[in-house]
Design a protein around this ligand. Structure first.
Ligand code: NAD
Length: 450
């Protein structure tokens, strides 16, 4: 089966049945066996770091090697190692109160978990999903994105080199294969991708009543309070926005800035970008947009905004000419107060464009956010405890980082997931273990009185 690279629904079902049969044929994997399975994934990341980074560079055209190493190798490595260290504790049955007798919750593997991933941080998504699903004792089938063909093929080759097909299998293909994959009767499905596709996935999963975790996208706001350390807030927001050229699900999508500080924000942003990206076009640290479709989409946002009279501020310290750019690189650009009807304020940006929304009061900011779909992430910079509490209690997002960006998503002790349009369910750490486990209720009745 491993030779098949044009997977049909029947091929996928054959592997699923093989995995399910193997799962049912033996005792659930012990903690030692699970740690050994995790160790194989660790070995892959340690021994193939260079290949993984090179494959990503080739798929993106230009991609920061430092970012690739951090996000696709070091971060999943930390996840896998932490999972090994904490797994025995996670697996312990939990005692519960009972009126009579003895009650506990016993965590049991579900069986076969399907994982579908997006293209923007493929190594991270594959290996962190794998960590949770294997930790919980499941067999795993993975369908990576077709938009990073070299990386997906490499992941398939590596995984097949250390796992038997009935342990972990990789299915390669495009949207049609993804569709066939999501129509299978898995015991759980973890899907990472666009909100629009998440709706199809949920519909397909419903046919077989497959429980799903949907890790979707959306527009994640940043709020800079009047009480913030302003320079620090601007620097962290802009640097966070430009990691992977804005192609991160938790990237700050747009930023609320006190009305009187917009000029200062622009000045600091220019200086910050000039410092860490003095050139852009041939700078390997500045990542390209993944393909021409997304490149054109982002240019479209800019031309629509320009035509609407929005002031665009290019953060192009070297004043490089991008009129004949060939590597799908986009100049980091601030958009000053674009109208809410423009596409850049409607769609998830997923690129290095940062709209600035001037505001007068925090109450108005909260109302604006709450009038829109619930975001995956929200960032608040400030030093006013009451205001911070107000933002935390009156907005609802998948997660929050305070006085920083992105970091809650890589904090393994926290559940990672969206809410509403940005997703459902969560994984990472113990929350991933529980997502991929069945929490079985067990009661041993009290002995009859003699
Ligand atoms: P996408 O939804 O287009 O594709 C994701 C995966 O789904 C791919 O493997 C693709 O082949 C597959 N697919 C496509 N159509 C399908 C269908 N009809 N049925 C089943 N599977 C199908 O997303 P993308 O463009 O790869 O990624 C970008 C999006 O992913 C952004 O919205 C981003 O915010 C989101 N994202 C979310 C997270 C998160 O953890 N919440 C992480 C990364 C990316």
């Amino acid at each position: 089966m491993s030779a098949i690279e044009s997977w049909t629904s029947t091929d996928i079902r054959t592997v699923l049945e093989k995995q399910r049969a193997a799962f049912l044929a033996c005792e659930p994997w012990s903690v030692e066996q699970r740690c050994e399975l995790l160790e194989r994934a660790i070995g892959l990341l340690v021994n193939h770091e260079r290949e993984i980074i090179d494959a990503l560079t080739a798929d993106f055209g230009h991609r920061s090697p430092g970012f690739s190493k951090g996000s696709e190798v070091l971060s999943p490595l930390a996840t896998l190692k932490q999972t090994q260290a904490e797994l025995a504790e996670w697996m312990r049955p939990q005692q519960r109160q009972a009126r009579a007798g003895e009650a506990w919750v016993q965590y049991q593997p579900l069986g076969v978990v399907g994982i579908v991933t997006a293209w923007n941080v493929p190594g991270y998504m594959v290996f962190s999903g794998l960590a949770g699903a294997l930790a919980a004792g499941n067999r795993v089938m993975i369908k990576p994105s077709e938009f990073t063909p070299k990386t997906s093929a490499l992941i398939a080759r590596l995984i097949r080199s250390v796992y038997a097909e009935d342990e972990v299998a990789v299915v390669l293909g495009g949207a049609d294969v993804g569709q066939a994959f999501c129509g299978q009767p898995f015991d759980h499905l973890l899907f990472t991708g666009a909100t629009s596709i998440g709706k199809h996935v949920l519909r397909a999963a419903a046919e077989n009543l497959v429980p799903v975790t949907l890790e979707l996208g959306g527009k994640s706001p940043t709020i800079i309070s009047r009480t913030a350390d302003f320079k620090d807030a601007v620097a962290k927001t802009v640097i966070g926005k430009l990691l992977n050229a804005g192609q991160l699900c938790v990237a700050p999508d747009y930023v609320f800035v006190p009305r009187e500080s917009v000029e200062t924000f622009i000045g600091i942003a220019k200086a910050v970008v000039a410092g860490f990206l003095p050139t852009l076009k041939d700078n390997p640290e500045y990542t390209s947009i993944i393909n021409s479709r997304h490149y054109e989409r982002l240019l479209g946002y800019l031309s629509e905004a320009r035509e609407a009279g929005v002031e665009l501020v290019e953060l192009n310290a070297g004043a490089e000419d991008f009129s004949n750019a060939t590597r799908n690189k986009i100049v980091p650009t601030l958009l000053r107060d674009p109208g809410d009807d423009l596409r850049v304020m409607q769609d998830e940006i997923f690129g290095p464009l940062l709209p600035i929304k001037p505001y007068d009061t925090i109450t108005e900011v909260i109302a604006w956010i709450n009038a829109r779909p619930r975001p995956l992430a929200l960032y608040y910079f400030g030093n006013d405890a009451a205001e911070e509490a107000q933002v935390l209690s009156r907005t609802c997002s998948g997660g929050v980082t305070l006085n920083g960006v992105l970091s809650h998503a890589s904090t393994e002790g926290l559940p990672f997931g969206g809410v509403g349009q940005s997703g459902m369910g969560a994984y990472h750490g113990i929350d991933g273990f529980r997502t991929f486990s069945h929490a079985k209720a067990v009661l041993r009745t009290a002995p009859n009185p003699a």
